[in-house]
Design a protein around this ligand. Structure first.
Ligand code: ARG
Length: 744
């Protein structure tokens, strides 16, 4: 769940979903005249480009760098093309189709939640790995889907037509939401497709994406964590790396080939397009492109935003999540049951925590603030050179600065992130929200079987909730949350539950938490189930966990309401800033920030110099695994069989010309979270690796790309094949793959 829980974190502050749909005729597609683009003159490694525009914007550069495919072989709406091999996995990762039978490669950390869900002390797939020996043994994963991009189009005109300059931000958002509803509905073709319309360039452009979604996705194979997560949190976000971060899934369809929910009789997808695999090795400077669904970048963030990130946002995230992690780890180390239950949740949180530590470090070291000031200086010069520009953009940067100052004075960012991290980190905090509906059911006067019927959905979702839940661990996590808030938030900003803790429990947080776990029907599965058998409105309304959550939630919502108008100002000013910036630099083609839509990044296999006099090579080998081996550290255990294969150099067909086994390599592609699992392709569009990480020296990369330092970390496809073939001995998978015979 690592990645997809993060999606939920981005709380939509103002969500205009239930607005009446407007029946308005859409402009015929023929009417749009797209602005004529010139070639991008950014350094080619920077940018996450929309495949729809490759031919116009990037193709010449790509060809010069080594791309041999035609633009149509890459992206074509009428014939199958490379884009048809790339899927969005569950909304949080990328996967690629690698056989004619819907086989998918992605990262181990993308499959981690699924692997964890299937694990128990008896079948510990996290520790031992999992390899299905037949189609029948492939494991279904409730709630996991994949989406193929069918087509995309620019709907900016249709959206902008309805927007008037005199509108307030609220009116503007509501209007846009209405148009989007219509555009989505139209694109869905009676439920055939799933459609999203997304904002680009901070609300200046809009594109529509039509997806074909498949809901039966099964786990086929996963290496043990000692391979797939080798190096653990210590090596995470770092190069040099020796991690086999891959796992294997398969898409299933109804017997007639159409998308379908899981059913036993479903059959493997007959792939429209699948990637060929090239195990013949890579060289420095080889062309490399990465296709995938990057989640979020904020490359237009201003200097004011950089300061808030360094001083307010990241410290809040790091502090609270660090304390939560510590609380979890204590119990995970003490019990295998807890270790398995919390593995995925812990990994996601630890990944985010370390990312934010690195981001702050990078922002400071790489002087990102000064670089932003430079950009803003040019922007202001451009604005001031013209009266009309002054009118439109004159106050934009000051507005942004003022908003950040006001928000800072109101302690906004700290609160926002503390609340989000609390509701994400603790499983106790959000659960009462999911049970709010129960109050109305109990008020409705339903009795007996009717009442039980109405409560049934809650009973079943509670089953999921308590699956990876350990009360003692949750107690510790909750104590960490409550203590951290009290230590680090101004007293006036604390939720009112603290008064109660002070008055009734003498301010003793652990005593309060003990009391809460004893009394609440929402904190243990037994209490919850016995309550469902004999539900009582009075008891529920007085429930201490409900009271805790409401107190936090109300305090959070109050903050949101009081800062709402200020945040709207920020949205508007940032939209104008990005608009002006693009006009101020017409020679530069700005790629849009990542927003979980399909993108292409192109670059090359490339080493780097992380510090003065230090050189990092572009590739790692299996010997490095043994150099890192440490049987005393769970992060650096090397399975006996792997060790034996490495020591005897039994690398099979997957060794290089010198007889070595490559493990990971780096390239200068521009990626971010969500790209995890993305294919790394050579100039022929053949699979040479799977992207899985970014590097420590450029962790500020989501905010500012650093050409000299920023690298994508990939697992070499030869290591993936070696693990499948020699370690797992899963010949059925090797036989299913489609190899190219030699390097052309
Ligand atoms: N840093 C990687 C990403 O966010 C995830 C790596 C998972 N591995 C780990 N050891 N936690 O894409």
């Amino acid at each position: 769940m690592a990645r997809f829980r993060w999606a939920a974190l981005k709380i939509q502050l103002f969500n205009y979903t239930h607005i009446l749909m407007m029946k308005k005729l859409l402009l015929p597609l023929l009417l749009f005249i797209s602005i004529s683009f010139t070639r991008a003159d950014n350094p080619p490694d920077e940018g996450m480009w929309l495949p729809m525009f490759i031919e116009r914007l990037n193709y010449v550069d790509m060809q010069q760098m080594g791309l041999k495919l035609t633009a149509q072989e890459i992206y074509d709406l009428n014939n199958s093309s490379l884009k048809d091999a790339i899927v969005n996995l569950g909304g949080f990762c990328t996967a690629e189709v690698v056989s004619s039978q819907g086989l998918l490669f992605t990262n181990h950390h993308c499959g981690y939640d699924a692997i964890q869900t299937h694990s128990s002390i008896e079948h510990d797939y996290l520790t031992d790995g999992f390899w299905a020996a037949s189609f029948e043994e492939e494991l279904p994963n409730e709630g996991l889907s994949v989406s193929f991009l069918v087509k995309m189009d620019d709907v900016t005109k249709m959206v902008m037509e309805k927007v008037k300059p005199e509108m307030t931000e609220t009116e503007r958002s509501a209007t846009i939401a209405k148009v989007i509803e219509v555009l989505k509905h139209e694109g869905e073709e009676e439920g055939k497709y799933s459609v999203s319309v997304k904002s680009f360039y901070n609300g200046n452009e809009f594109y529509r994406f039509v997806y074909q979604v498949y809901n039966d996705v099964r786990l086929v194979g996963a290496p043990p964590s000692a391979v797939g997560k080798f190096g653990g949190d210590t090596d995470n976000w770092m190069w040099p790396r020796h991690t086999g971060d891959f796992s294997i899934f398969r898409i299933y369809t109804a017997p007639d080939g159409s998308p379908a929910a899981y059913a036993k009789e479903n059959i493997p997808l007959k792939s429209k397009y699948h990637l060929k695999i090239n195990p013949h090795g890579i060289q420095p400077n080889d062309f490399a492109m990465v296709w995938g669904f990057p989640g979020t970048t904020d490359r237009f963030r201003t200097s004011h935003g950089i300061m808030a990130t360094i001083n307010e946002i990241n410290p809040a995230i790091v502090n609270l999540s660090g304390n939560i992690l510590e609380a979890m780890k204590e119990n995970m180390d003490a019990s295998d049951d807890v270790r398995i239950k919390y593995a995925s949740h812990y990994a996601g949180l630890a990944n985010f925590w370390k990312n934010k530590i690195g981001e702050t470090r990078g922002l400071k070291r790489l002087d990102v603030y000064d670089k932003k000031r430079e950009i803003e200086k040019h922007f202001s010069e451009w604005v001031n050179a013209d009266e009309q520009r002054k009118e439109k953009y004159g106050t934009v940067l000051d507005d942004i600065g003022n908003v950040y100052n006001q928000l800072s004075a109101m302690n906004f960012n700290k609160q926002l992130w503390y609340f989000q991290m609390a509701f994400y980190g603790s499983q106790v905090m959000p659960f009462p929200l999911a049970n709010q509906g129960m109050i109305n059911i109990l008020k409705s006067g339903l009795k007996g079987e009717e009442l039980q019927g109405a409560l049934a959905p809650m009973a079943s979702s509670a089953k999921d909730h308590f699956k990876d839940y350990d009360p003692d661990t949750e107690k510790k996590v909750l104590i960490a949350v409550l203590e951290t808030f009290r230590q680090d938030m101004p007293a006036a900003a604390l939720p009112d539950i603290y008064n109660y803790i002070d008055n009734k429990h003498k301010g003793n947080i652990s005593r309060y938490v003990d009391y809460l776990f004893n009394k609440s029907i929402l904190t243990t599965e037994e209490n919850y189930n016995s309550f469902l058998k004999k539900p009582s409105l009075k008891k529920l309304e007085k429930d201490p966990a409900l009271r805790l959550t409401n107190s936090f939630y109300n305090s959070f919502m109050t903050q949101m309401m009081t800062t709402g108008a200020i945040q709207e100002k920020l949205d508007k000013a940032e939209r104008l800033f990005v608009d002006g910036l693009r006009k101020a630099n017409p020679e530069k083609v700005y790629y849009p920030d990542a927003n979980s839509t399909l993108r292409v990044s192109f670059g090359k296999v490339l080493d780097y110099f992380p510090a003065d006099a230090v050189h990092y090579d572009y590739i790692t080998y299996a010997e490095g695994i043994l150099e890192k081996e440490d049987p005393k550290s769970e992060e650096f255990i090397v399975p006996a069989k792997l060790k034996e294969l490495i020591l005897s150099k039994n690398f099979g067909k997957w060794r290089d010309k010198e007889g070595r086994l490559p493990v990971c390599f780096i390239s200068n592609n521009d990626i971010t979270g969500g790209n995890s699992g993305s294919p790394v392709l050579n100039g022929n569009g053949e699979l040479i690796g799977i992207a899985f990480d970014g590097n420590w020296e450029a962790m500020s990369g989501d905010i500012a790309f650093e050409p000299a330092l920023q690298r994508t970390i990939n697992v070499d496809i030869r290591y993936v094949l070696f693990i499948i073939d020699k370690y797992a001995e899963s010949q059925r998978i090797i036989e299913e793959l489609d190899f190219v015979l030699s390097n052309k």
